[in-house]
Design a protein around this ligand. Structure first.
Ligand SMILES: NC(=O)c1ccc[n+]([C@@H]2O[C@H](COP(=O)([O-])OP(=O)(O)OC[C@H]3O[C@@H](n4cnc5c(N)ncnc54)[C@H](O)[C@@H]3O)[C@@H](O)[C@H]2O)c1
Length: 258
């Protein structure tokens, strides 16, 4: 029996990057997946590539009706919802001093409100059905350390950690676990600057595990937190950054231990 036999997962932002890798591996391990994304071209191509156990659903996570429709679609296609992975994001880089209210609201509405709305729609369905479940929300290393020129993003990612804790506690007695993942720099279309060999080399050198992250590194942890192996884990966050955040003192001149 495969790890996710008879399990059904919605992955928002599943058209590329970490969400895409998670959707692909979830189906490889026996599950059925709905890729919820606003990029129809990419999302339907990914679902086609994964095969018969994947569907694409065009959605906007910032819209409550769209999140509810994603749940309804998943139930009608596959018969239920066991898991949600909230990976959708949009960024608005820039100094907070110059950030427009529109850009601020865009990052908040997709990264934070979208995570809330999608979790709420799926969680309500699970509670109504008396069905256990697990939700994994993508936070970031930026949610625990300010991330230069991304103040709205870091603020959202810090809030996603707290939202995950709250939902986990509210829904624990219902058998629904909610956790956050905090990736460090991970090579995806969002971080296209990592394609620059100099940047990638420099970042690898300052990362204790000597490389930047790959989507599979993050997907492995997401799948663990979804699975029954994590049955006693809720309301927590897992930092997956090759040791980067913990190594800050090593980067100060005069402080070397190796
Ligand atoms: N890549 C990294 O280095 C890194 C580091 C830390 C955290 N993260 C987090 O991991 C998650 C995935 O990151 P990624 O690098 O794979 O991102 P990505 O940009 O490659 O993918 C994000 C996906 O979200 C979709 N999306 C955007 N707005 C949407 C909306 N309104 N409704 C539905 N879908 C929408 C996009 O179309 C895209 O497919 C994000 O939450 C990100 O903040 C990534």
């Amino acid at each position: 029996m495969a790890r996710f036999d008879s399990k059904i997962c919605i992955v928002t932002g599943g058209a590329r990057g970490i969400g895409e890798k998670t959707a692909e591996m979830f189906v490889e391990q026996g599950g059925k997946v709905v890729i919820g994304d606003n990029n129809e071209e990419l999302g339907s191509a990914v679902a086609d590539t994964i095969g018969a156990d994947a569907r694409f659903f065009k959605m906007d996570v910032a819209d409550p009706a769209s999140c509810q429709a994603a749940v309804d679609f998943t139930v009608s296609e596959f018969g239920g919802v066991d898991y949600v992975v909230n990976s959708a994001i949009a960024m608005a880089p820039g100094a907070l001093k110059d950030l427009s209210p529109e850009d601020w609201n865009k990052v908040i509405s997709i990264g934070l409100t979208g995570t809330f709305l999608m979790s709420q729609a799926a969680g309500r369905w699970m509670i109504d059905q008396g069905r256990k479940g697990s939700i994994v929300n993508l936070s970031s290393i930026g949610g625990i350390t300010p991330y230069g020129m991304s103040g709205a993003y870091s603020t959202v990612k810090a809030a996603v950690i707290m939202l995950s804790k709250h939902l986990g506690i509210e829904w624990a007695a219902k058998g629904i676990r909610v956790n956050a993942i905090m990736p460090g720099h991970t090579e995806t279309p969002l971080t296209s600057y990592l394609q620059d060999p100099e940047i990638k080399k420099g970042r690898s050198e300052v990362t204790p595990l000597q490389r930047v992250g790959q989507p599979v590194d993050i997907a492995n942890a997401i799948l663990f937190l979804l699975s029954d192996e994590a049955d006693y884990i809720t309301s927590t966050g897992l930092l997956i950054d090759g040791g980067l955040a913990a190594s800050v003192m090593n980067h100060l001149p005069g402080r070397k231990w190796d």
